[in-house]
Each structure stands twice: as structure tokens, then as C-alpha cells.
Write a protein that binds this ligand. Structure first.
Ligand SMILES: *Cc1c(COP(=O)(O)O)cnc(C)c1O
Length: 465
């Protein structure tokens, strides 16, 4: 799939847009960057944006909006209750995702909070295809325990399984046997599993999960943050979907679930926003009531009217095949360039970025010395490219033993914002990583000198070990 038809002009991933306004970038020197990363405690989250050249920290909220979305901002109806833009958003969610009810939230974790609080009781068990940081934390804060039921291949950066986001039904069945279905309020199914490297789930597997959960009366809630990117992989990799549109595949995915949480900061091409969506009226009533406590009235959920308008327009743009071809095309372009240079990356190439295998890149650094955290700092020093750690720091501590969780994957994520950078930027990124790779043996690890209690990767500080 990755090498497919690269030189055939009819298969180019060229952008289906042209550029109307530009934002100037700031250039810095290696000496400046050595100082700034030290001041930031070797944590790329603590760098100032003005010290960054190419920002691949995240694809979250960093998207470039279209002229239509900017025009939509001017159509903001900033009424406290019943904003016109809410009804536009609601109609869009119904039409394109098929869910009956929608509660807007300020971003994805706001929706996760609502879902966790209305469905999870203390002692409950919540299976999922690999954890996500905020998702798992909200499940735990509600008294639940997360169990990973993703297939084993997802934990192997070298496995070429085309759908590493698939769920292992045997693992799910074992949980039902052990705890009983009554203790499992829902299974959280993520599309393009972030922590596995942006790996998709197949429609075939989702159908099996639906069949299994229906039999046991367990609900499926979709973490649909990158559902359109997942649909593109189904279209290009799964038998029987080549002629279906991204929009049709997305609707089919949603139809196999009971509801969803959504961070609009990813797929939906906006800078802020999210929602909780559900088909069950009772759950909707509970969610819209809790929304008033944590987000705002259920017709704005912490968003301005204009934000909901931009989201409604962005959802439609995100579901076009042309957009998705260019989006994933750019990610694959960068990934292939790195592979050609012998850089160890997670394969197959995922949807929202490239994940460097830091264990293979820096084999001499022990996991206790944070190889991925170290590698992200080295790349920044080399070129001002900002990436982020997805390894032991992100995995946090075990909530019972207080020990580090030791994830099998120790990754550096180079996340590509949508519609923001050019092909020449991709070349610079690849060249910089090659430079760091050439001098990898000289790189020293880190030690943690400050550790916050929640989601430590955001604010932890390090020094050279
Ligand atoms: C970003 C993200 C979330 C949380 O959304 P926010 O908008 O950042 O609060 C949840 N799940 C996944 C898979 C994500 O990538």
C-alpha cells in the first residue's frame, strides 16, 4: 500500500486547495534551541510556540480553516440559548454521522466527561482498543477500570497488519466471563487508534464487535475523533470498499455504534470544539443535563456560536475523498521518505502522523531514561521541529501500585496538522531526523525532575541523566 503508484501523476496526493493567506515562520539557531529546550525541562509541551519552526506537536486544533469556515465565523449567532449555529451543527451530525442527538462540548474530553459520568459506576470495567490519555482518565475518575482489548499486533511496531486498531474478540469475551456483562457499561471503540500510531479498525471487525456486544447487552461508544481518516483506510485497504465514498463509510461506521465522543479539533478542521452524540433519548437527557454543570447550556456546550458554525462546515469538508486523499497522502509521503533513509517508524504508516520507534532509534537508552522524550528533544535541537513523546511518560503510573506503566511502544509522534504545511516542509523534517539518526549513539537519556499528578506528559520536567 505504501509504495503504491507513487510516480503516476494521476495518483498524486496534491492538495485540493490553494493558499490565500500565509503565516510567517520564525527561524532560530541550534544554540538558541539548546537553551530553550533546557528551559522547557526537555518537554516539548513547555516550549513557546515562537521558538518552534515546524510544529508537529499535535494535529489537535492546529488545522487551517477554509475560506468558507472563516466566512462561517461571521455567521455566528451568539444567543445564549438555541443558537442558529447549534441547529446547523445538529443537522450536520444527523445527516453525516447518523446520530439522533448531539450535545456540543468545548472539546473531546468534555464529551468524555459526560459519557463517563452518565454510564460508569464505581467498580465497572471499560474495554477499549488501546487507551487514550484523557479517555482513560475520565473512565477512572468515574470509578471504572480500563482494559485494553486491542489485537496483539498493535503493540508491535514492526507488524504490517493493515488494521492494527482491530479488537481481539477473545480478549473481550474473557472480560465478560471474568466480570460479567453487567459490569461493562460500554466498550470504547476508537477509530484510527492514536496511541497505536494512527492505526485503523476494519469494518469487518467492528461488525463482529457489534454482534458480540449486542448478544451481551453491552453498548458501543465510538471515539470518533479521526473517523474520516479511518474511513479512508477502509476504502483503500478493505475488500469491498474501494468504490464507496469516505462519507458513506463514515456513516456505516457510526451506524454500528450507540453513540460517540468527538474532538472536532482533529478530523473536523477547526481549532476548538467537540460533541457527545447518542441515539438513546434517556442518555441524551442525562448528558444534556450534566452539560449545564460542566460545559454550558446544551445548545452551546462551552462553544461560541461561530465555533459551532465552523465545525458544521468543517465536518462536511473533512468527509470528501479529495481532502482525505491529500491528507493521508502527505503523511505517507513523509513516512516513505523516512523509511527510505532507514529510520525506524511504526508501520503501516498511520493516519495523522509518523511515529518514530524510539526504542529502535536509541537502543542504548533504558526506558527509565525516557528514550522517546529524549528523541523529541534532540529533533527540536537539530531543526526546531517540535514533536511529542508517546511512551512511558504518556503512559503514566498504575493507579493501584503507583509504579510507572511500561508500555511496549516507546514512540515519538510527528503529527501533521491538516492543510498547514507543504511538501518542502516534509523534506526538511525528514532531513533533520536523518541528521539526528546519524549521531544517535552520542545521545544521552533524561531523568524526571518534576512530575505532576494528572496527565504528566503535559507538564513533567526533565534534566540530562
Ligand atoms: C484528542 C483526542 C481526544 C480528546 O479530545 P480533546 O479535544 O483533546 O479534549 C480523545 N480521543 C482521542 C483519540 C484523541 O485523539
Amino acid at each position: 500500500m505504501e509504495k503504491r503508484k507513487r510516480r503516476d501523476p494521476h495518483h498524486s496526493w496534491a492538495e485540493p486547495f490553494k493558499i490565500k493567506m500565509v503565516e510567517l515562520l520564525k527561524m532560530t539557531t541550534p544554540a538558541q534551541r539548546k537553551k530553550t529546550i533546557e528551559e522547557a525541562g526537555f518537554n516539548t509541551f513547555l516550549l513557546k510556540s515562537r521558538d518552534v519552526y515546524i510544529d508537529l506537536l499535535t494535529d489537535s486544533g492546529t488545522n487551517a480553516m477554509s475560506d468558507r469556515q472563516w466566512a462561517g465565523l461571521m455567521m455566528g449567532d451568539e444567543a445564549y440559548a438555541g443558537s442558529e449555529n447549534f441547529y446547523h451543527l445538529e443537522a450536520t451530525v444527523r445527516k453525516y454521522y447518523g446520530y439522533k442527538y448531539v450535545v456540543p462540548t468545548h472539546q473531546g474530553r468534555g464529551a468524555e466527561n459526560l459519557l463517563s459520568r452518565i454510564t460508569i459506576k464505581p467498580g465497572d470495567v471499560v474495554p477499549g482498543n488501546m487507551y487514550f490519555t484523557t479517555t482513560r482518565l475520565h473512565q477512572e475518575l468515574a470509578g471504572g477500570t480500563f482494559y485494553d482489548v486491542i489485537i496483539d499486533e498493535a503493540h508491535d511496531p514492526a507488524s504490517l497488519h493493515p488494521f492494527k486498531g482491530d479488537i481481539d474478540i477473545a480478549k473481550l469475551e474473557a472480560l465478560v466471563k471474568k466480570f460479567g456483562a453487567k459490569k461493562i457499561p460500554y466498550i470504547c471503540v476508537a477509530t484510527t487508534v492514536n496511541m497505536a500510531g494512527g492505526q485503523p479498525i476494519s469494518m469487518k471487525n467492528l461488525k463482529e464487535v457489534r454482534k458480540f456486544t449486542s448478544k451481551h447487552g453491552i453498548k458501543i461508544f465510538l471515539d470518533m475523533t479521526r473517523v474520516a481518516e479511518n474511513a479512508w483506510f477502509i476504502k483503500t485497504r478493505e475488500h469491498g470498499y474501494a468504490d464507496k465514498s469516505v462519507a458513506a463509510i463514515v456513516k456505516e461506521i457510526c451506524s454500528l455504534t450507540d453513540g460517540a465522543t468527538f474532538s472536532a479539533k482533529k478530523d473536523a478542521l477547526v481549532n476548538i470544539g467537540g460533541f457527545f452524540a447518542v441515539n438513546d433519548k434517556k442518555l441524551y437527557d442525562e448528558a444534556s443535563n450534566l452539560c449545564v454543570v460542566y460545559e454550558g447550556l446544551h445548545t452551546y456546550g462551552g462553544l461560541a456560536g461561530r465555533d459551532m458554525e465552523a465545525m458544521a462546515i468543517g465536518i462536511v469538508e473533512s468527509l470528501t475523498d479529495d481532502h482525505m486523499k491529500a491528507r493521508i497522502g502527505q503523511v505517507i509521503y513523509l513516512g516513505e521518505k523516512l523509511m527510505d533513509a532507514g529510520i525506524p517508524i511504526v508501520r503501516p504508516i498511520g493516519g495523522h502522523g509518523i511515529f518514530l520507534d524510539a526504542k529502535a532509534f536509541l537502543p542504548h537508552i533504558k526506558q527509565d531514561n525516557f528514550p522517546a522524550q529524549t528523541l523529541a528533544a534532540e529533533i527540536y535541537i537539530d531543526s526546531g521541529v517540535r514533536s511529542m513523546e508517546r511512551g512511558i511518560v504518556s503512559a503514566g503510573r498504575d493507579k493501584n501500585t503507583g509504579k510507572h506503566n511500561y508500555p511496549k511502544l516507546e514512540l515519538v509522534r510527528l503529527t501533521l496538522p491538516r492543510r498547514v504545511y507543504t511538501q518542502a516542509h516534509m523534506d526538511v523534517i525528514a532531513e533533520s531526523i536523518e541528521c539526528v539518526h546519524d549521531r544517535r549513539k552520542k545521545v544521552r537519556g533524561l531523568k524526571m525532575v518534576y512530575e505532576p499528578k494528572y496527565l504528566r506528559f503535559f507538564q513533567a520536567r526533565f534534566k540530562r541523566a
